[in-house]
Design a protein around this ligand. Structure first.
Ligand SMILES: [Zn+2]
Ligand SMILES: [Zn+2]
Length: 349
């Protein structure tokens, strides 16, 4: 397997973003990531996919019902060559139509909260939790988390100038929601993204370019394990990337707190073995192995409950119980223990 770094949520002027597709891909190249997916609101922009400066640029759609007030239920749709926003008002129908076309769907910033300071930054959570058939959830959305720190003017100012002092991890509510779905025996893949808009922010005389696309692509990303190295050809690489995404073969990482490339989480039982996103049938005990490229506080969780905890670059654990096992790793960064890596689960049966 080959590890690639992807960011799957960004906007252009086709909706409310600042830079165009090729500029976003150039920013991704500067940030050193391999894949970027542009997801404008309720529009599927054609003719943009391909390689730009060595980055695979793909186009999806972020769907919501603009008539619904207050706003809710943003859904990221990938791998569908048709605009899907006509089904925005009916989330289950939308997911069914996406599945009919072999597309992928991720509930975007599902536990989004409002900024206490600015009414323009209202909460846009997912509300229709009885839906079935979505591929996964956006576990960590950088801009959605950032919004929660815009509490008052001084804090907002500091947060805009030095966001890395604030960013800490996915919200507890999102993690709880994910674990509850996993504990029900459902397969739910997790992704982590920027939700970059590139809007320049001015603070009086200060016109610091904050939250530009390249900065955000160095922060919260989705690392995917693909079968072969990227070939540089859209037709070959696109299905490979989306297959890894469909299976949840990878992990979410805050790369600014330490490059997370090289992280691995595997499970073995008898002759069978599985990696992130995979299923493992038990033959006696299951041997879990976690390896990190840097030291951190490593936690192994089963159906949301912690079963092992260790500081270092590795964790090994033996278990005989079925369930969805996933890993969280924390790292000291900017004086605080922050969320660094969130693996997709291994489903032990
Ligand atoms: Zn959104
Ligand atoms: Zn968005």
């Amino acid at each position: 397997m080959v590890e690639i770094v992807a960011n799957l949520h960004a906007h252009t002027p086709y909706s409310d973003g600042h830079a165009y597709h090729h500029e976003i891909a150039q920013a991704a190249a500067r940030a050193g990531i391999q894949v970027v997916v542009v997801t404008d609101h309720n529009v599927l922009v054609g003719g943009k996919e391909g390689y730009v400066d060595g980055v695979l640029l793909l186009v999806g759609e972020e769907i919501h019902d603009p008539r619904r007030q207050p706003q809710a239920n943003h859904c990221l749709v990938f791998n569908v060559d048709q605009e899907m926003c006509r089904w925005a008002s009916h989330p289950q129908r939308l997911l069914d139509e996406v599945n009919k076309r072999a597309g992928l769907s991720f509930l975007a910033h599902p536990c989004d909260e409002a900024s206490p300071l600015d009414i323009d930054l209202s909460a846009i959570p997912w509300l229709d939790w009885d839906v079935r058939g979505f591929t996964g959830i956006e576990l960590w959305n950088y801009m959605s988390e950032f919004k929660t720190y815009v509490k008052n003017v001084p804090t907002a100012l500091l947060a805009v100038l030095m966001p890395s002092l604030f960013i800490r991890g996915p919200s507890k509510a999102t993690l709880r929601r994910w674990d509850a779905l996993l504990a029900e025996g459902r397969r739910v893949a997790a992704i982590g993204n920027a939700d970059a808009h590139g809007t320049p922010i001015r603070l009086g005389l200060l016109a610091k370019p904050v939250f530009d696309y390249a900065y955000l692509f160095r922060c919260v990303n989705t690392h995917l394990l693909i079968e072969r190295p990227l070939s540089g050809e859209l037709e070959k690489d696109k299905p490979m990337v989306y297959q890894a995404l469909r299976e949840g073969r990878g992990f979410v990482a805050y790369d600014l707190a330490g490059a997370a490339r090289g992280f691995s989480f595997t499970a073995r039982s008898g002759a069978a073995q599985a990696e992130m996103g995979g299923q493992l049938q038990r033959h006696g005990a299951v041997r879990f192995a976690v390896r990190c490229p840097r030291s951190g506080l490593i936690a192994l969780l089963r159906n949301g409950r912690r079963v092992a905890l260790r500081f270092g670059k590795a964790l090994n654990h033996l278990s005989s119980e079925p369930g969805a096992y996933r890993v969280e790793v924390y790292r000291f960064f900017r004086g605080w223990l922050r969320g660094w890596i969130y693996s997709n689960p291994i489903y032990v049966t």
